[in-house]
Design a protein around this ligand. Structure first.
Ligand code: GCO
Length: 465
């Protein structure tokens, strides 16, 4: 399994999922704080009020990143922590937290990659219409300018939106994510359009205000289509399926990526949505389509696609696939076909901005033997390496996640971290997978795996790096 010497090895988190202390130091509420107050919306009634207490414990967490040997760390900024009302007055305490975090990362030679929006939308702006209000694009651009002005002397890597498919689709259509709305398709498409405008204006704000040359992308929730065979018909069927828009829902690849990168909505979707389409002003698509430096994709699993006689395709259920604790099938080839198909369509370097698995991790004598996660990572990364060997330019990989954390509607019931978090004591324990990842990174930095051999015996799995 070989990656280039300049390949970036990172891990990812998000503000609401790990920071806690939402209103501490005069921060503002987000829509996730409000959803947590609605009975039955989140497993066990969990909230992000404390989470991993990262707001207080960030230094210890940065030390853990350095122990693992991360070269980069993808985290998000809490918009309402910095702008309690979402717009207007800045909360300097909030900005100072991110200044301290960035400085702590740089001190350990860890490159900060900042996600500007990872779902914690300011509740005050939700009360002014939220994503349904076209002003949300300007609100987001103004917030972007505040962050870039404060941090861009030390931060150059920016992700505007994390998974619009989720925060619009699950938050405004299905109602299972914050703000918990079940809107009609036309309202969902209008909110999606405003989120796309927000992305475009945010990119413009970064490029206008950055003090260092910015590297900019977005992070898509990616549904990967995997051909059931290497037959050219099945590969073409999977390629078509991957960018099709045949369901009346925005949880798909092309609906957001095509406008951002190609400058137009996918025709198939425009036809399907027809009367529900938003009123797209003449200048809108030019605003949305801004030059990007990488294609960010969050990949966990994929569907198997087979060509059908009528030049169409069918989704094939593969029996007996292993599943993660989220019930997602383990499909390592998703990390081959996803980067490949995205590069073919958008012709820009790929960054896997998230990939990983939830596992039923348990502490045994102070250790967490998450061999399932090591096997998952080895298989998925082997496929990513194969895509790179086949010519896909890939800049890096951000493992989801550094820490066990608040898994949205699942609360704390699902553990994605390579570092175990005991939520009662806030103790952190590096799992076997953290040691494995450390060895993998070391082996790709010209170091010797033996140098990275941890204090725990994971030798049997090290053969797989
Ligand atoms: C997402 C979000 C993450 C999730 C992770 C596991 O992709 O849904 O970016 O915040 O926690 O993906 O579901």
């Amino acid at each position: 399994m070989k990656f280039g010497k300049n390949f970036i090895w990172g891990a990812a988190t998000s503000s609401y999922q790990i920071e806690g202390a939402a209103c501490h130091d005069r921060g503002g509420l987000s829509v996730w704080d409000m959803l947590g107050r609605q009975a039955g919306k989140i497993v066990n009634g969990d909230t992000g009020d404390v989470a991993c207490d990262h707001y207080q414990r960030y230094k210890n967490d940065v030390d853990l990143m350095a122990q693992i040997g991360l070269q980069a760390y993808r985290f998000s900024i809490s918009w309402p922590r910095v702008l309690p009302e979402g717009a207007g007055k800045v909360n300097q305490h909030g900005l100072d937290f991110y200044n301290r975090l960035v400085d702590a990362l740089l001190e350990k030679n860890i490159t900060p990659w900042i996600t500007l929006f990872h779902w914690d939308y300011p509740y005050a702006l939700y009360c002014r219409g939220g994503w349904l209000n076209r002003d949300s694009a300007d609100w987001f651009a103004d917030y972007t300018a505040v962050i870039v002005d404060q941090l861009s002397d030390r931060v150059s890597h920016w992700i505007t939106l994390n998974e619009p498919q989720c925060f619009i689709g699950l938050g405004h259509h299905d109602g299972v994510h914050a703000p918990g709305l079940k809107m009609g398709l036309s309202e969902v498409l209008l909110a999606a359009h405003h989120a796309l405008l927000a992305h475009g204006k945010s990119v413009q704000a970064i490029r206008a205000n950055a003090k260092t040359l910015p590297v900019i992308g977005a992070a898509q929730a990616s549904k990967i289509s995997i051909p059931v065979s290497d037959h050219s018909n099945d590969i073409e069927a999977a390629r078509q399926h991957m960018f099709s828009v045949r369901e009346k829902h925005v949880f798909n690849n092309a609906w957001f990526s095509d406008p951002m990168i190609l400058g137009h909505y996918p025709e198939e979707g425009v036809k399907l949505f027809a009367a529900d389409m938003p009123n797209v002003l003449p200048e809108d698509l030019a605003c949305i389509k801004q030059e990007l430096d990488f294609f960010g994709t969050n990949i966990y699993s994929g569907n198997h696609i087979q060509a059908t006689a009528d030049n169409g395709y069918a989704t094939i259920e593969i029996k007996g696939l292993a599943e993660t604790a989220m019930g997602w099938p383990v499909t390592p080839e998703a990390l081959y076909w996803g980067p490949k198909f995205f590069f073919e369509r958008y012709h820009m370097p790929v960054v896997v901005t998230e990939s990983g698995m939830a596992n039923d991790d348990r502490v045994d004598n102070g250790r967490v033997h998450d061999r399932e996660r090591i096997e998952f990572l080895y298989k998925y990364l082997s496929e990513y390496a194969r895509a790179i060997e086949d010519g896909v330019p890939a800049l890096g990989y951000f493992l989801w996640s550094l820490l066990d954390n608040f898994e949205w509607a699942e609360g704390y019931s699902k553990r994605f971290g390579i570092v175990y978090v005991d939520y009662k004591t806030q103790q952190r324990i590096m799992k076997y997978s953290a040691y494995w990842y450390k060895a993998l990174i070391a082996s790709h930095q010209g170091g010797h795996i033996k140098d990275a051999l941890p204090e725990v015996d994971i030798a049997p799995t090290l053969d797989s790096v």
